[in-house]
Ligand binder design. Structure first.
Ligand code: SAM
Length: 237
């Protein structure tokens, strides 16, 4: 049996990540031995009194900053190795709104490489910049907005990559024709309908009940292209 893909999430609030134990794609992948997700406490090995993790910023200003010595202690205490060696063994991802943006292509790459991964969730003002420079191997943002912490970003990333693992979805075919897939030239998925055929006068396109598979495929492709063309251009909005 192959080794499950290890994804460790360091956070001040490990219990918030319990959602990951319930959600289907991740649970399926875990039960099938494909994925091993752990939520770990950034405070666990804090060398400071009262397991303190943050401090006021040099230069003044609002908010608290997560300390580099605490992050290093959390990682070195858990893995039993130096940060330098850890960076050679694992992808160490620091979540920040200012990082390169996570997208479907990045998710595909991660799911293909299955490199052991450690995710650092910030809070408050984020991490001391030395964590960015000397501890993390890369920065990732989930979008151009500021969350109050990295936990929902970590869950978003793990949900996205886990469903790409074989067996995580009930039907792996679902991935073939979905939004951003190669089959749809990276565009939007076509619309789906199910019973009832009519509801309050809202009907299902007749072609979908025609039984003509070629015509249905052509209709879906055209709908996908139309929806993709209707998307606002991120460069100009
Ligand atoms: N002071 C930081 C700034 O202006 O860039 C924002 C800190 S934010 C309130 C606290 C933490 O939430 C960050 O350290 C990061 O881990 C996480 N976070 C916030 N927005 C994020 C995003 N868009 N993607 C990934 N992580 C995010």
């Amino acid at each position: 049996m192959s080794i499950p893909w290890s994804i460790d999430v360091f956070t001040l609030f490990p219990h918030w990540l319990s959602w990951l134990e319930e959600v289907r794609p991740i649970r399926n992948a875990t039960e099938d031995g494909l994925l091993d997700v752990r939520a770990l406490d950034l405070r666990e090995h804090s060398p400071l009194k009262h397991r303190q993790v943050d401090d006021t910023p040099y230069g003044g200003g609002a908010g608290m900053v997560l300390r580099v010595d605490v992050v290093a202690a959390a990682l070195e205490g858990h893995y039993g190795t130096s940060v330098e060696q850890l960076r050679e063994r694992r992808r160490v991802v620091l979540l920040t709104p200012a990082g390169p943006q996570f997208d479907d292509a990045m998710a595909n790459r991660w799911a293909e490489e299955q490199q052991p991964t450690t995710i650092l969730c910030g809070r408050y003002e984020g991490f001391d910049h030395r964590v960015h420079e000397h501890v993390a191997t890369e920065e990732v943002s989930i979008g151009p907005y500021v969350l109050s912490g990295g936990e929902t970003a970590a869950m978003t990333i793990i949900d996205t990559v886990a469903r790409k693992l074989p067996g995580a979805l009930g039907n792996h075919e679902s991935l073939v024709d979905e939004t951003f897939s190669d089959a749809l030239d990276g565009g939007s998925e076509y619309p789906h309908y199910t019973r009832p055929a009519e509801f309050r006068g809202w009907t299902v396109p007749e072609i979908l009940s025609s039984g003509n598979h070629a015509a249905i495929a052509a209709w879906r492709r055209e709908q996908s292209q139309r929806r993709t063309a209707a998307q606002p251009d991120p460069e100009t909005t």
